[in-house]
Design a protein around this ligand. Structure first.
Ligand code: C5J
Length: 222
């Protein structure tokens, strides 16, 4: 059993029953010249978490822990993209349109790939999700249950959208989840802070939060 200093109180987990879930670290959200930047976002905020994510991923791989990578991705025919999602905000570029790195949020396109620094390794789960949450319309719960997973460590982007939605879905399904604060980011720093505060409020109503240093120290000390 590993115990790490977390908020609002210590988080305990058994590595064999815990998965590291990395949400949507895809090129279109993170890299300069991608869809995120074309919408006017400062992607350097998101890029800045990559080294901390790499350290955690490396340590987790050394331990032999289960890794899940997600991508926000739709089928090429957009049959899994509700018109409400495609039309929301009346943007100039919509899901499925040709963007700077291929068709936006379409599986298999260059911009939809996970950034090279966090590229999935053989045997790791890579999950395309059509929604914001990682459990909606995906086999994630079955995959975790088959492997006896009860605890989840979350990293990725963006904190208040796909990360928080996935943590809430996990919470309702009975998993204990921890968010690594310096391994998640938003284009809007105030939204990140609000999401972190919400997650751990009221005695971990959604889950726990901690820095990657706390996790790495706990893994080293075991
Ligand atoms: C994610 C988004 N991954 N912000 N997507 O958070 O639309």
């Amino acid at each position: 059993m590993i115990e790490l200093a977390a908020q609002p109180f210590a988080f305990r987990f058994e590595p064999a029953h815990t998965a590291l879930v990395i949400i949507d670290m895809q090129r279109d959200f993170i890299e300069p010249g991608g869809f995120g930047e074309s919408l006017g976002n400062d992607v350097s905020l998101l890029e800045a978490i990559v080294p901390a994510c790499r350290r955690v991923l490396g340590a987790w791989r050394e331990l032999g822990g289960l890794v899940v990578h997600t991508r926000e991705a739709h089928r090429a025919d957009l049959s899994d993209c509700p018109p409400a999602k495609r039309n929301r905000g009346n943007p100039t570029l919509r899901i499925g349109d040709d963007g700077p790195m291929g068709r936006i949020l379409v599986a298999g396109e260059p911009g939809n790939q996970i950034i090279p620094a966090l590229a999935p390794a053989a045997g790791e789960i890579v999950l395309d999700k059509p929604g914001k949450g990682a459990f909606y319309a995906t086999p994630l719960q079955r995959m975790l249950d088959e492997r006896g997973i009860t605890h989840l460590l979350f990293m990725g982007v963006t904190t208040e959208v796909c990360v928080q939605t996935s943590m809430r879905e996990a919470n309702d399904r009975g998993y204990d989840s921890l968010l690594l604060e310096d391994c998640t980011e938003s284009y809007f720093p105030q939204f990140k802070q609000a999401a972190v505060d919400m997650i751990r409020a009221q005695g971990a109503i959604v889950g726990w939060t901690a820095g990657s240093k706390q996790l790495l120290a706990a893994l080293t000390a075991r």
